[in-house]
Design a protein around this ligand. Structure first.
Ligand code: IPM
Ligand code: MG
Length: 359
């Protein structure tokens, strides 16, 4: 049997600890459902820079190319903040996204009912939220050229370029409408069309794509308003479609609806089964190595991997249910801890979830 090939790239900071738990959970899923995973670990980010002199070594790319999915932890840390842009840990993440053309980043924002009191937002506002943020991931400000430092009239000037082509907008819009079709058939496209030319093109193309999805109700929303509406009334959203930078910002904001950014998984896909799966959170160097990081975002990312890369829906659900069960039993990492609950370490949370898979 060939096995299900997964490249495991723990990366920096808490990336190491949380990824270990996700792999643990996947192993248990493999045992329960009779799948053989082939995990191959590789260096990425600052850790790769320290050992190989580059944040994304060729051997890592090779392992990724030879896999069906990438399970990534996190990259980055103060230690590497002063490196030139192309050697920074974040450059590896962007290169992976670009190299493998992972243009669609799916970030589900789901509130597990037992965590309702972990969010700083009022219970009445939070109840029943279930949002899918569809973030364009390989265009916009992150990649647009020119992107450089200049000197102009004796002072330092910097430029980033926001660029979108109609084909880039079309393909991400198609993904979002498809997803909306499988959910509550409601889509909000977020832009800044009152100011940005890229947003005006975005609106045009989204309107064209929408014609093929008459069953999906859709609205355009300015990003500033979207940021406000997410807190004012998050329940009004089903699918949020947006470009790279807006999606980055809105997904961190949305994370707080779920209680902790330690809860948010993500999938970066391109429509053919290959994908990269990573928590929305970063490497959190301040808490790294203390055994207190929340592994749930990583574990839920591995569930997304089963769903999108391997078509294993039942197995993905088993992970999601195990997470819910463990939260219902009262186990909490410090970021989601509340009175009367049982505080556990990163490892213990992973163990509990793995045990719950065999319930
Ligand atoms: C994310 C992260 C990354 C991004 C960083 C680490 C480059 O914030 O995945 O949301 O901005 O895309
Ligand atoms: Mg981000």
């Amino acid at each position: 049997m060939a096995g299900l090939k997964v490249a495991v790239l723990p990366g920096d900071g808490i990336g190491q600890e949380v990824t270990e738990e996700a792999v643990k959970v996947l192993e248990v899923v493999g045992k329960r459902f009779g799948h053989r995973f082939v995990f191959r670990e590789a260096l990425v980010g600052g850790t790769a820079y320290d050992k190989r002199g580059v944040p994304l070594p060729e051997e890592t790319l090779q392992i990724c190319r030879d896999s069906q999915a990438i399970l990534l932890g996190a990259v980055g840390g103060e230690k590497w903040d002063n490196l030139p842009p192309h050697l920074r840990p974040e450059a590896a993440l962007l290169a992976l996204r670009k190299n493998f053309q992972l243009f669609a980043n799916l970030r589900p924002v789901i509130l597990f009912p037992p965590l309702i009191s972990a969010s700083p937002i009022k219970r009445s506002i939070l109840k029943g939220i279930d949002i899918m943020i569809v973030r364009e991931l390989t265009g916009g400000l992150y990649f647009g050229q020119p992107k450089e430092r200049r000197e102009l009239e004796g002072e330092r000037v910097a430029v980033d370029s926001m660029v979108y082509s109609e084909s880039e907008i079309k393909r991400i819009a198609e993904v979002a409408f498809q997803i909306a079709r499988g959910r509550r058939k409601l889509l909000h496209s977020v832009d800044k069309a009152n100011i940005l030319e890229t947003s005006r093109l975005w609106r045009e193309v989204v309107n064209e794509v929408a014609k093929s999805y008459p069953d999906v109700k859709f609205y355009h929303l300015y990003v500033d308003n979207a940021a406000m509406q997410l807190i004012r009334n998050p329940r009004q959203f089903d699918v949020i479609l947006t470009e790279n930078t807006f999606g980055d910002i809105l997904s961190d904001e949305a994370a707080m609806l779920t209680g902790s950014i330690g809860m948010l998984p993500s999938a970066s896909i391109r429509g053919d089964g290959f994908g990269m799966y990573e928590p929305v959170h970063g490497s959190a160097p301040d808490i790294a190595g203390k055994g207190i990081a929340n592994p749930i975002a990583s574990i839920l990312s591995s569930a997304m991997m089963l769903r999108f890369s391997f078509g294993l829906e039942e197995e993905a659900k088993a992970i999601e249910e195990a997470v819910r069960d463990v939260l219902e039993m009262g186990y909490r990492t410090p970021d989601i801890m509340s009175k009367g609950k049982i505080q556990v370490s990163t490892k213990e949370m992973g163990d509990r979830i793995a045990q719950a898979i065999f319930k």
